[in-house]
Write a protein that binds this ligand. Structure first.
Ligand code: MN
Ligand code: MN
Length: 269
């Protein structure tokens, strides 16, 4: 499928730190850094893929208006037959993106990689919090399955939400590298960078040790039988990144973007 990259520089629903809104241009800069190539592991070249960069969405004055703008921007690309990879921003962007996706793919499955389940009914009074997108998504029936990987912060409330919504959780403590992920419908990949261990991706607002390696995330993406039709890369916070002029986490985001794009380019839907 042909692809669109859409930056969503918006972090107003991040509970603790701002900064994720600054991520999209830094991820693009890392993708095209002279120090790394554009070859993808499946043999495709990122520079040769049919990708339209739609630039960065301009947030509106209020959260509902910005969410409507996100939904509309994603719907426009889907209507043209393009798969969307959005670059966040905090994880609150995923609900409006999924509202657009659910209309286009009524039997969607979600593969969600994150340290956190993000299933809070509300967090500190905010139902649009970056800790709540998957509660909204499942309430509205926007996906037939939600499969979570990398989870290591689950509490009693969120365990109740897991049961309520029938979420399939692969907790980090039980993770096996030979875990096979079987999907029988189009898959939307929601990738919270804090799903990785902070040793690999320190530039996040909520670092949680004991997470996935870069290689393990790539394996989950490459080795499942998922037909990926959309994706987001969220929660990269440049303010906490480490490294030189191009941060470690920016480079990890760029690598994941290249490999997700290469995998989606092979998708037929
Ligand atoms: Mn997270
Ligand atoms: Mn998240």
């Amino acid at each position: 499928m042909d692809l669109t990259i859409l930056g969503i520089p918006w972090d107003e629903n991040s509970s603790l730190h701002r900064g994720a809104a600054e991520a999209p241009p830094l991820i693009r800069q890392a993708v095209y850094a002279e120090s790394s190539g554009l070859s993808c592991e499946n043999g495709l070249d990122f520079g040769s893929l049919n990708i339209h960069d739609a630039g960065d969405l301009v947030p509106c004055a209020t959260t509902p208006e910005t969410m409507a703008a996100i939904e509309e921007a994603v719907s426009r690309e889907l209507a043209q037959g393009r798969g969307v990879i959005s670059l966040g921003g905090d994880h609150a962007i995923t609900w409006p993106v999924l509202r657009a996706y659910a209309r286009h793919y009524p039997d969607l499955s979600i593969l969600h990689i994150d340290a956190h389940p993000d299933l809070y009914d509300e967090f500190e009074g905010n139902r649009h919090s970056h800790a709540s997108p998957f509660a909204r998504i499942m309430e509205e029936g926007l996906a037939k399955r939600l499969v979570q990987v990398g989870i290591r912060t689950i509490n009693n409330h969120q365990r109740q939400q897991v049961r309520r919504f029938g979420v399939e959780v692969f907790e980090m403590m039980d993770w096996r590298d030979d875990q096979f992920m079987d999907f029988d419908s189009p898959v939307y990949l929601s990738l919270d960078i804090d799903g990785l261990d902070p040793a690999f991706a320190p530039g996040v607002s909520h670092p949680e040790p004991g997470g996935l390696t870069t290689r393990q995330v790539l394996s989950v993406i490459q080795k499942s039988n998922a037909t990926i039709v959309g994706a987001d890369i969220v929660e990269y916070n440049p303010r906490f990144d480490a490294g030189g002029s191009i941060g470690i986490t920016a480079r990890v985001c760029a690598k994941l973007l290249k490999e997700i794009a290469a995998r989606m380019s092979e998708s037929r839907y």
